[in-house]
Design a protein around this ligand. Structure first.
Ligand SMILES: Cc1cc2nc3c(=O)[nH]c(=O)nc-3n(C[C@H](O)[C@H](O)[C@H](O)COP(=O)(O)OP(=O)(O)OC[C@H]3O[C@@H](n4cnc5c(N)ncnc54)[C@H](O)[C@@H]3O)c2cc1C
Length: 424
């Protein structure tokens, strides 16, 4: 064999080895990409994990596509009544969690048994993150929803009941990435006023934990309204924060205190959160206001803040149920009063139905006529009612939080701009 041939053979062998190494590396990386992590128990979480900086990526961009699997690492009741339970969720793939913007929510896809038919069905619900962003876990705090007053025979809340009764340590849940336009505004470091009524406190807790945890020097006022000590969640933690952060001003309001609730100890004010309280306790200066709570609180406080002279751009609010108020600077009610009648074609059901403003959202129209459209939050947040719009245009009563695919719409917050066709 000549020296030249030998050199060629050696070169070919080296090239083959390099090619094999590259191929193996590529396969490994592709596998990691396709199977995002090891199945089995993810690392234990600690409630004391230091918070991470909030994301600054646009709120509309999800941190992961679709649903990711999480394990419930811990659950903990937060109130004396045991109606609010916190769930600590760690990703099954064990990879660090992307940060979120304090105030945002998670969307869950649950497989829940229908109380009447006993059949399993998919239920989509949103729950606000109730903690600062942390690399190893998320926390949500969920209130059990009973049948509405005056309807004792109605079935209790499906998803909240499922969480309370069926979700335990070790349960697996499918979760969409944090999203939502309601979040802490970090561009302008104004003092912050957080107003949370009932379970509407959850996004406020996230903002509060984040701001205090970052050593942010902004002053924070928290107004938290509940009926009495039975419903007061995270009482010791909030008192502890108020005791250790001079810039944090805690105002808990009990609307119906129990005999053993002591004003000045358990709570600060008797009554509901109202403008008189805000006027008496806030200094005259510019703030960023964040409001979340039951419908009457939102309907009374948000317009009252504007009437007090607060710029609408400094008032941020979110409803947990069907929109009580138009959102994000939009002033149109659910259907603009000028909206004319329209004919809606539901192409899959083969139905043509007349709509007028009294019919409300397109989801309401479909449901009232027995046309099945899957739905979740009913406030444009979860995206589960997304439906293809094959002709015509819609108008939204508020900016949708969910991303909408081209040629689709969210019927839960949409009204028609003339005749249209929905693929439902
Ligand atoms: C962005 C966002 C964030 C949220 N964050 C939180 C949070 O942090 N914590 C939290 O606890 N919640 C939060 N929510 C609310 C949550 O998503 C659910 O809406 C809530 O848990 C109720 O859902 P459910 O499935 O338990 O009740 P559902 O089954 O939807 O029932 C709702 C109500 O309707 C009643 N009902 C059901 N069927 C009938 C019937 N046939 N006739 C009469 N009444 C009936 C039920 O009894 C119940 O009172 C949030 C919502 C949104 C949109």
């Amino acid at each position: 064999m000549s020296t030249g041939t030998l050199a060629l053979i050696i070169l070919a062998a080296i090239l083959a080895q390099v090619a094999a190494a590259v191929l193996i590396g590529f396969r490994r990386r592709r596998k990691e990409h396709q199977e995002p992590g090891v199945r089995g128990a993810p690392p234990a979480i600690s409630p004391h994990t230091p918070p991470t900086a909030a994301t600054r990526t646009p709120a509309a961009l999800p941190a992961w596509e679709g649903f990711r699997e999480f394990t419930v690492q811990r659950r903990e009741y937060e109130d004396a009544n045991r109606t609010v339970c916190s769930f600590y969720l760690a990703p099954v793939d064990g990879k660090p969690l992307p940060p979120f913007r304090p105030g945002q929510f998670l969307t869950f896809r649950l497989s829940v048994e229908d109380p009447e038919t006993r059949e399993l069905g998919t239920v989509i619900r949103c729950y606000s993150l109730s903690d600062a962003p942390r690399p190893d876990h998320y926390r949500v705090s969920i209130k059990r929803v009973p049948a509405p007053p005056g309807h004792p025979d109605a079935p209790p809340g499906l998803a909240s009941g499922f969480f309370h009764d069926r979700v335990h340590e070790g349960s697996r849940l499918l979760v969409r990435a944090p999203s939502g336009h309601f979040h802490l505004q970090e561009d302008e470091p104004l003092p912050i006023v957080l107003i949370g009524g009932g379970i509407g406190i959850t996004p406020m807790l996230s903002i509060l934990d984040y701001v205090l945890g970052q050593g942010d020097r902004r002053e924070v006022w928290l107004y938290y309204g509940v009926r009495n000590g039975n419903e007061h969640i995270m009482k010791e933690r909030l008192l502890g924060l108020a005791g250790t952060h001079a810039g944090f001003h805690l105002h808990v309001c009990y609307s119906a205190p129990r005999e053993n609730d002591v004003e000045g100890v358990d709570y600060q004010h008797c009554g509901r959160i109202d403008m008189a309280l805000l006027r008496n306790t806030l200094k005259l200066m510019r703030y960023q206001f964040y409001v979340c709570g039951p419908r009457p609180l939102m309907e009374s406080l948000v317009p009252a803040l504007e009437a007090w002279g607060v710029d609408s751009g400094d008032i941020h609010y979110e409803s947990f149920g069907p929109a009580a108020l138009p959102k994000h600077g939009k002033t149109a009610p659910v259907a603009a009063p000028s909206a004319g009648p329209a004919t809606i074609t539901f192409s899959r059901s083969g139905r043509r139905i007349d709509w007028d403003p009294a019919a409300g959202s397109l989801l309401g129209l479909a449901e009232a006529n027995g046309i099945e459209v899957m739905s979740g939050c009913r406030v444009g947040s979860c995206g589960s009612c997304q439906t293809a719009l094959s002709a015509g245009e819609v108008e939204y009563s508020q900016d949708p939080d969910a991303e909408i695919a081209p040629g689709h719409c969210l019927p839960c917050i949409a009204t028609p701009r003339g005749d249209l066709t929905l693929e439902a």
